[in-house]
Structure formats: C-alpha cells, structure tokens
Design a protein around this ligand. Structure first.
Ligand code: IMP
Length: 443
C-alpha cells in the first residue's frame, strides 16, 4: 500500500501534520523531490523538532528515505541527524545513490543569481539553498551524485571538470571573487569524508531496489511531497517555481517505483483553507487591494502563523483559489484531500473563495498555462456564510459533525467541485488538532 502526499497550492499547506498523522501507519517515509528548501516542525512526546531535509517519519522510528529526485545538502543532513542523536533519537535515514548533491558553489550561485535579478520581474525569491543550480547541473549532466561521494577518484574527476566552470561563472560573468566554494582540494577532502560517513553508517541505497524489496516484504510506503503544485517546475507558475516536481508523477520518477505503483495507492492533496505564498508570482485572489483587505490579510497571517519556516519571510495571503485547486487535482489525480487551517477562518466578517477567473470577458474554471495570462486573471469570488470561533479541541474529539454548519458547507463545496472525498480537516497547528474522517492507509 502506498500513500502519496501532495501540496495542492503554493507549499506550506501543512503537509507535515498529515504526514505525521498517517505516517504512523507507514513503515517507510520517502521524499521524492526538493531539498533543504522545505521546512516542517514535528512535535513528538512534547519535544519540538525543526527539520528541513530529514523525512519527519525518522523522528518516529520509521525508515526515512531521500529519493533520487531529491537534492541533498550533506551539511544540513548531518547537522539534522546529529541534532536528533544528541536529543536521544536514532534516526534511520537512507539516501538514494542517484540523488544529486548540493555543493557549496550551488548555494553561492543561487544567491548571486537572485541578487543579479533583484529589482526586476525575474526575481524568484528562492530560499537561497542552492536548489535551482543543483538541478541545473543534474539536467546539464555535470552534477555530483551521492554515489560519487563513495568513490574518491570519481568525485575528484567530476569536481576537476565542473569547478573551473563555476569559478569562471562567478568571476568572469558576475565579476565577483570566487572563494572556498571553488577550492577543489577542500571540496574533495570534505566530500570524501562525507562519503566515508555514508558508507560507515550504511546510508546510501539503490532507492528503487530498496523500496521494491521493502514493498515485497509487505511494508507500507508513504511518499512525502515537499512544496506544492503551483511551484512545480512543469505545472506551476513558471518561472516563479522551484526546480523539481512536487506533483504526484514525481513520486515515481523521484524514487524508482513505477507510476502504476503510485497510481494503485492513494494520492492525497493537502489544501489550506485559504492561500499563502512566499516569493514572487501572480496570486489572483491575494488580499491586498485596499486597507480592509490588507487588515484581513494581516489578521490571517498572524492567526495562521504565516511566516516562512526556512526563511522567516511573511507570506502573502489570499482567498482559496478554486481554478488552482482544480488544476492540482487533475495534475496529481487526487483520490482524496485534507483541508487544513479551517479554524483560522473562524470568526471573520466574511469568507470567500475564488470560484473562477475572468479573463478577457470569459469566465474560466481552470488556470491558463502561461504565468503572464494567469497574472491577468481577475477572481470571480463566491461568498459563504461565516462560522464562529468554537472549542476546536472539542470538535476534534467529537468529529466531523461537530464542525459548525457553515464551515461544513464550505468543505462540502470544495469536495464537490473537485469530486473527491475529504479525509481529514485541520483545526489547529498540532497533529492532534485534526478531525479524522478516513485514514488513506485503511483498506
Ligand atoms: P527554491 O526552491 O529555493 O529554488 O525557491 C523557488 C521558489 O519556491 C521560491 O518562490 C520559494 O519561495 C518557493 N519555495 C521553495 N520551497 C518552498 C516551501 O517549502 N514552501 C513554500 N515555498 C517554497
């Protein structure tokens, strides 16, 4: 049995709480894309763990795998693993030998390029973790893979080829001075040592084979998507995207299991009851048109804790966008959804969703394929009856029927529009603040 968790909006939908909750029934939790640009907080036995790379299941004695579709910064990885060990845990983390490694020059180039684009429409607002430059090298066939770290001769050969190119880019194109990040000897030394540790701890695996064996033995697998559909490199708002595929197809290419395996399991879209966005790009339902909207956005931002986990940046806020959700449901083939942060909308004077877009006099139910056209879309808003603040802890205990009627109408509208059931409703930040409807691991 597999369950794939996908962000259906712009990232930060609260996927971590559901991965946490349902991950209890998984034996293995696998990330299939992205790197330390993600961020989640796991609370276990009253202890809080902030992780950006280690799959959250590793905190709960599950095997955590970083698939071949991931880009891995070993410094972040080992600092998170060491931190967990210091706190008394023994995380079992495996890395795909085919995954690419974020090198220090990737991080430097990410920041240099963002700086060069600053003050133009091209700024992406990346997390500065070197994600884009690492995937560029992967596609350019000049990347360093986890498997290369295990073989010092191969590592040296690859670095001797690629580092002079990076140095020339930094110095000749950007007119800056290259530093330690382009010192081949220092890189060989540091990354050979990392390879030694990977070997000693038996962490590097052939991901596809590893998962096939474990599935054969009856293990349940959860594929944990990071980021979200609208920052998918293919299906998102290009170029304001991350450089990987958070959508469900990525779970196959990013781990080495067949798409039929992913498709025979459940694919659950995680939906925030409103919209938030870090970074640049269009957002037709953004609340920013007048003082009232800005006040409402400030209120939701504070109440929902909408500040970047990795960067601390305040997130932009808007109403839930249905054309975006219809797009996400189709791209990933959702079999169910979980709706988070329903409590944040409680007690407001108005609750709306962007039901459709208006573009050149036409009403459309899905998103245009180019970001420029998307930026021209005006939302066609639909209002809902509001619901009051209630005792959400009691609601969690009593179940779905205890959710205020108006909020149930809101949820049922979402579910009907994309024609999939709701498996859970988040009514607070902790995983225990979730109203359970169905566990996707149950037959
Ligand atoms: P990158 O992934 O650092 O290259 O950033 C590319 C875009 O994706 C930027 O707009 C980031 O703000 C956004 N992004 C990357 N990771 C996350 C995430 O985990 N949540 C929300 N946005 C993200």
């Amino acid at each position: 049995m597999t369950v794939t968790i996908v962000g259906s909006q712009l990232g930060d939908e609260g996927k971590g709480a559901l991965v946490d909750l349902w991950g209890g029934d998984a034996d293995i939790v696998v990330r299939y894309q992205g790197g330390d640009n993600a961020g989640h907080t796991v609370v276990e036995d009253g202890e809080e763990y902030k992780l950006s790379l280690v799959p959250s299941g590793a905190v709960r004695d599950k095997v955590g795998v970083l698939g071949n579709g991931c880009v891995i910064n070993p410094r972040t990885l080992f600092s998170e693993i060491d931190d967990l060990r210091e706190r008394g845990l023994d995380p079992d983390v495996r890395l795909a030998k085919r995954a690419h490694v974020i090198m220090p020059y990737h991080r430097r180039l990410d920041n240099i390029e963002e700086e060069a684009k600053a003050d133009s429409d091209l700024t992406v607002g990346t997390t500065g973790r070197g994600i884009g430059p690492t995937y560029e090298d992967k596609a350019g066939r000049r990347g360093i893979r986890v498997g290369d770290l295990l073989d010092p001769d191969v590592l040296r050969q690859r670095l001797e080829y690629v580092v002079p190119q990076k140095k020339a880019l930094i110095e000749d194109v950007y007119g800056l001075e290259a530093g330690e990040e382009c010192d081949v000897e220092a890189l060989v030394e540091e990354f050979t040592e990392i390879g030694r540790r990977l070997r000693e701890d038996d962490m590097a695996v052939n991901c596809g084979d590893f998962l096939a064996e474990r599935r054969e033995a009856g293990d349940n697998v959860m594929f944990e998507g990071a980021q979200g559909t609208l920052i998918d490199i293919d299906h998102g708002s290009y170029p304001y995207v991350t450089s990987s595929n958070p959508t469900a197809g990525g779970a196959a290419t990013g781990t080495g299991v067949g798409p039929t395996v992913v498709g025979q399991g459940e694919v659950v879209g995680i939906v925030k009851a409103y919209l938030s966005r870090v970074g640049e790009g269009p957002m037709p339902t953004e609340l920013k048109d007048d003082d009232r909207e800005e006040e409402l956005a400030d209120f939701i931002r504070e109440k929902g804790g909408e500040f970047g986990t990795v960067t601390g940046r305040p997130r932009r806020i808007g109403w839930l966008d249905m054309p975006m959700l219809r797009h996400a449901a189709r791209v990933s083939g959702f079999t169910g959804i979980a709706v988070n942060h329903l409590d944040v909308l409680a007690g407001l004077d108005e609750v709306k969703v962007g039901h459709a877009y208006e573009l050149e006099g036409d009403e459309r139910l899905t998103m245009p394929a180019t970001t420029e056209r998307w930026g021209e879309c005006e939302p066609v808003l639909k209002g809902f009856d509001t619901w009051p603040e209630v005792d959400w802890a009691a609601v969690t205990e009593e179940g779905y029927e205890a959710i205020p009627d108006a909020a149930q109408d809101y949820l049922e509208y979402l579910s009907d529009e994309i024609d999939v059931p709701i498996y859970a409703v988040g009514v607070g930040p902790g995983r225990e603040q979730t109203v359970h409807i169905e566990n996707p691991f149950d037959d």
